[in-house]
Design a protein around this ligand. Structure first.
Ligand SMILES: C[S@@+](CC[C@H](N)C(=O)[O-])C[C@H]1O[C@@H](n2cnc3c(N)ncnc32)[C@H](O)[C@@H]1O
Length: 260
């Protein structure tokens, strides 16, 4: 069970001291400054300050998304496929003065995004909409940064949701890859020249990850991939680790500054 300490309330060490006083142990992640792994899972009501918005339950790998996107105060940021808002609130913890638009196709899941924003005392514009038709919910608006946490096979989180092995069908992968490419192509014109799009999935399948981004780069001549860590430019694939995060994929795409 991973936690994200809300840096607007406490730094990680400060909150860890409160947790230790309450008799629990947790371990900080080396590469994510807000992340702590609880030694043993616990009900959130027993963790100091949960109701006051001091922390969020979020896997380590999911926490890397907002960090890799590097949101800045004052920027216009689109969080697409945002519900239930786990990454929306992290974006606002990192850049509280950013203007965040959170969009998802699922109205029920968006209600949970509203609840999470409320619990953490944050404001974002929340809209229901389909990522394949952005003009319907944002007109011609362009953003400095876009987080696309794409719908995917969730093959990187099977340890948390073992029914995925049972429910997934072979044909789902091609359908999901098509949906991901349609959303990518539709939202790309809404990124400002010089802007950054972080594409993320909790999948470990190349069709949804490296192959998806390689095909996108072939289609979009104004897109450049920025390598993350020691990974190839087409993205960084992380596999689940026993004391680490879930399986995840991240690709950082920059729109060439002279595009449009
Ligand atoms: C991986 S989950 C998002 C998790 C979320 N970003 C968070 O951190 O809490 C993927 C989301 O994509 C949404 N989705 C699926 N198809 C979509 C579409 N065509 N347009 C927009 N959202 C879509 C789903 O409703 C789901 O909430």
């Amino acid at each position: 069970m991973w936690l994200r300490v809300n840096r607007q309330h406490h730094d990680r060490d400060g909150w860890l001291a409160k947790l230790t006083d309450s008799g629990r142990l947790a371990h900080p992640a080396a590469d994510a400054p807000d992340a702590l792994r609880l030694e043993s899972p616990a009900p959130v009501s027993q963790l100091p300050g949960f109701d006051q918005g001091w922390l969020t339950v979020q896997d380590l790998s999911a926490q890397r998304c907002a960090l890799l996107l590097e949101p800045q105060n004052g920027e216009q940021i689109l969080d697409l496929c945002a519900a239930p808002g786990g990454k929306t609130t992290h974006l606002l913890e990192v850049a509280p003065e950013a203007q965040v638009l959170a969009v998802d196709v699922d109205a029920q899941r968006l209600k949970r995004a509203d609840e999470n924003l409320q619990r953490l005392g944050m404001k974002a514009e929340v809209k229901q909409g389909d990522g394949r038709t952005p003009q319907q919910w944002c007109g011609e608006r362009q953003f400095d940064r876009i987080l696309l946490d794409a719908p995917c096979s969730a093959t990187g989180v099977i340890r948390r949701h073992p029914d995925i092995k049972w429910l997934r069908r072979d044909r789902d992968i091609a359908e999901l890859a098509k949906l991901q490419s349609e959303i990518l192509d539709a939202v790309w014109p809404h990124l400002k020249p010089g802007g950054t799009l972080l594409y993320a999935t909790c999948s470990i399948l190349p069709e949804e990850n490296h192959q998806q981004i390689e095909a996108f780069l072939q289609r979009q001549s104004d897109a450049e991939a920025q390598p993350l860590r020691d990974a190839p430019a087409s993205g960084w694939q992380v596999f689940p680790e026993a004391e680490g995060g879930d399986g995840f994929f991240y690709a950082k795409l920059i729109k060439k500054p002279d595009a449009n």
